[in-house]
Design a binder for this molecule. Structure first.
Ligand code: NAP
Length: 749
């Protein structure tokens, strides 16, 4: 489907030559009303078989003149719209083609397209180049001109189905007509139009007619209507539509409707089997997939993340100063939330997850498994119950899997999907679709996977199913937990051993969680290895608070005089505590209290107080352990005495944004002296001012600059912050709880 950008199309408003609408009903009348209200300059004419409708149209100010005789009005217009019932369109068009004058453009509004096109072809030999078939996707359960509504088409779609030889000028005039009425125009083929409408409009109406008729004929029908709850009420509303119009639609779009009906019957029979057999998991799978489908597909269609769609431009205004005191728990670890869903879905039995991060990224992972037939309850207040299907129990999704903004999901899914017996395509939002995937696709191919990537190794990734994978011995060219995890997950499906050697230690959540699910991953020095052919066992996962989220508050408290903050239940996996090690080396006062182990992961409460920080050369071995925390560590550096130097951090340039450059640009605005080098940055600490910075849609950069405001001499405005919700849904509120002031402003939503 192609959405037309017709903002430069000349408007029909200045058109003085007149318009003729044939069929003065709801659709034709609404079009005339919209034109009248928009200030259409030409004369408006109406033709209808029913003289009452013409009189009414004139009285309502919709038409200047009208009647029942086509020939009387046709000569006065340049544009003709056929708004008669579907079955009448072709005969009227045949009549019009006899009377047509050179230059006149015609269009229709019929709800089906193939039958109309075929009838026109058989009457006229072809669809004339001056005729543009179309269909406004707007309506009501009313008919007649009395129901005309000037705003009916505003923000609704109009589908046009031009032929290959349709006159471009004719098409442009029809586009302009609908554009003037406030509609969005899209072009489809006739066949595709009918298929889509059969599923999205004709089938639901058919079911409504049938259900209401069936129930209404039963003896207790009075009670049925008396106690009609929301669902049945909605059905009766649709079934109140014009019976004649709908009869015509089913006569005209028979084949596509029957096909849609067969698919529906198969779905109902699957549900019947589940109900009859008391198969709660199957029911839950179907219902939970359906209940989230709308949300999911909205995002898939827009290729945008959910928060971005809802509140396009979120801006943070972080007030200068503030304090950092209290006792808080930041949201659950993102890496573990992803993995708990993945392994829970592939395990035998039920897995219960507590502390799940309800951010967009982990929700994308969750929905993707629903699309592959896994029944998942929740999330509700961080609790998710996953009914595992086993390593080989996933089903092919009906369309591409949309992974939002989540690089982790995309890379880990690549490994998992390589081992399935079905084809699948992985896609994401605009920002994810710019990120490199060659680093996972290349080694997976070495294992025998067949993967196509988009241009430059970028998503979408098309993974071919049914391949036999074999274990490999792979030296990671750069330290990356995502690539390592991807290969270990693929290794479960591979024959023999998969061995991954890392140049520096990276996060080991995948190894720990696999082991907790009963699938051992062994480690020999710098090599993690897994033997194919094992299985996972469901259980309980208590996700610790995310140290990457805690990092913003570790820095916030460290740089703020008088600060005293406790962060509860934080995951302190040795591969993640780079931020603690680095901050401590800079002089930070961080204590680990109540250390314990939860679901295979070490956890502690972190107590942090203000301290005078000083610049350091960041130890190279700590870089991969703090890779996500650098934006906020740069803020610590800006508040430290002397210079802080970061090297060996090329990885930062291919994160959600080029984080080194994006941070350097923002620091520059605040007046923080810094020098960017190929693989790092030097930052000189000192006083800095407020200003307006860009986060480039990168959640961690947005939060880092919000923390910076604690010591800035003026307020900091941070643009493009919608993505914060991907990792830290309640950040501004939690920051407010400890004494920071972040005002969230939505612009242009
Ligand atoms: P409507 O309110 O019933 O209006 C149709 C009008 O056309 C009636 O006044 C009818 O007169 C007149 N008419 C019938 N045959 C004619 C002929 N040969 N010459 C001149 N006038 C004729 O119907 P509508 O809801 O506006 O629907 C019109 C078209 O829009 C249909 O093709 C429909 O598929 C399409 N459409 C409808 C909707 C919707 O939700 N309603 C949405 C999108 C598209 P009589 O009353 O004397 O028959």
């Amino acid at each position: 489907m192609s959405e037309q950008d017709i903002s430069n199309t000349p408007s029909v408003l200045s058109d003085e030559s007149g318009i003729l609408v044939i069929g003065l009903g709801l659709i034709g009348g609404s079009l005339l009303a919209a034109l009248r209200d928009a200030g259409y300059a030409g004369r408006r004419y109406g033709v209808d078989l029913n003289p009452h409708e013409v009189t009414l149209g004139r009285r309502m100010g919709l038409i200047d003149d009208g009647g029942s005789d086509l020939a009387a009005f046709l000569p006065h217009v340049s544009l003709v719209v056929l708004a008669v019932p579907v079955m009448a369109i072709a005969p009227v068009m045949a009549q019009l083609s006899q009377l047509r004058r050179h230059g006149q453009v015609m269009t229709d509004v019929g709800s089906t397209k193939s039958a109309i096109r075929d009838q026109i072809r058989s009457a006229l030999g072809r669809v004339p180049s001056w005729l543009v078939l179309g269909h406004p996707i707007a309506g009501a359960e009313k008919s007649g001109v009395e129901a005309a509504n000037p705003t009916l088409y505003q923000h609704h779609r109009v589908i046009l189905t031009p032929e290959t030889d349709t006159d471009p000028q004719a098409l442009q005039r029809v586009e302009s007509l609908w554009y003037t009425c406030g509609a969005h125009i899209e072009c489809l083929t006739v066949e595709r139009h009918d298929e889509v409408l059969a599923r999205t409009s004709h089938l639901p109406h058919l079911l409504a007619f049938s259900l209401v008729d069936t129930l209404a004929r039963q003896d207790d029908r009075l009670d049925i209507f008396r106690y009609a709850a929301g669902g049945f009420r909605d059905f009766t509303r649709i079934a109140g539509s014009d019976p004649v119009m709908w009869r015509d639609i089913y006569l005209a779009n028979r084949d596509a409707v029957l096909e849609a009906l067969s698919e529906f019957e198969a779905g109902v029979s699957e549900l019947r089997t589940a109900v009859a057999g008391g198969d709660g998991d199957a029911m839950l799978g179907i219902f939970s997939r359906a209940s989230h489908a709308r949300h999911y597909f909205d995002r898939l269609l827009s290729q945008k993340s959910y928060q971005v769609m809802e509140t396009r431009n979120v801006v943070y205004r972080a007030s200068a100063g503030g304090q950092v005191r209290g006792n808080i728990r930041v949201p659950g670890d993102k890496s573990m939330s992803h993995r708990s869903i993945m392994l829970g879905a592939l395990a035998e039995g039920v897995t219960t997850v507590e502390g799940f991060l309800e951010g967009e990224d982990s929700l994308a992972t969750l929905q993707a498994f629903r699309e592959m037939g896994v029944a998942i309850e929740g999330p509700q207040a961080g609790r998710v119950v996953i009914h595992g299907v086993g390593l080989h129990g996933l089903k092919q999704p009906k369309g591409p899997l949309y992974l939002g903004n989540s690089g982790t999901s995309m890379r880990l899914f690549a490994g998992l999907m390589a081992g399935q017996n079905f084809d699948v395509t992985l896609t994401g939002d605009a920002s994810l679709n710019r990120r490199p995937m060659g680093r996972v696709a290349d080694p997976l191919r070495l294992m025998g996977a067949v993967i196509d990537t988009g241009e430059g190794g970028r998503p979408p990734l098309s993974v071919r199913g049914g391949q036999k994978l074999a274990g490999i011995d792979y030296d990671l060219p750069m330290a990356s937990a995502q690539v390592k995890s991807c290969l270990l997950l693929a290794g479960m499906y591979a024959e023999g051993d998969t061995r991954v050697r890392e140049p520096a230690p990276t996060r080991d959540h995948t190894e720990r969680m696999l082991t907790a699910f009963g699938y051992p991953v062994n480690r020999t020095e710098d090599v993690a290895h897994i033997q194919g052919g094992g299985g996972l066992k469901g259980g309980f996962v208590d996700v610790p608070a995310d140290i990457s989220s805690a990092a913003f508050f570790l820095v916030a408290a460290s740089i703020t005089p008088g600060a005293n903050l406790t962060l509860q239940h934080v995951g302190i996996n040795p591969t993640r505590i780079g931020v603690i090690n680095i901050l401590r080396e800079m002089g930070a006062d961080i204590e680990l209290l109540n250390e314990r182990e939860v679901s295979g992961e070490p956890v502690a409460d972190l107590r942090v107080r203000h301290a005078e920080l000083h610049g350091i050369d960041i130890p190279v071995d700590q870089v991969p352990l703090a890779i996500d925390e650098f934006p906020v560590l740069f803020i610590a550096a800006a508040n430290a005495r002397g210079t802080t130097r970061l090297r060996d951090a090329l990885e930062l340039r291919v994160k959600e944004s080029d984080r080194i450059k994006a941070m350097a640009d923002g620091l520059e605005v605040l007046g923080v002296i810094n020098t960017v080098v190929e693989d790092g940055i030097d930052i000189v600490g000192g006083r800095y001012q407020g200003g307006e910075v860009e986060s480039l849609g990168d959640h961690r950069i947005a939060m880092a600059f919000a923390v910076a405001a604690l010591r800035a001499e003026g307020d900091i405005t941070i643009r493009d912050c919608a993505n914060v919700a991907t990792s830290f849904p309640n950040f501004p509120a939690l920051a407010g709880e400890v004494g920071m002031q972040i005002e969230v402003v939505s612009e242009g939503a």
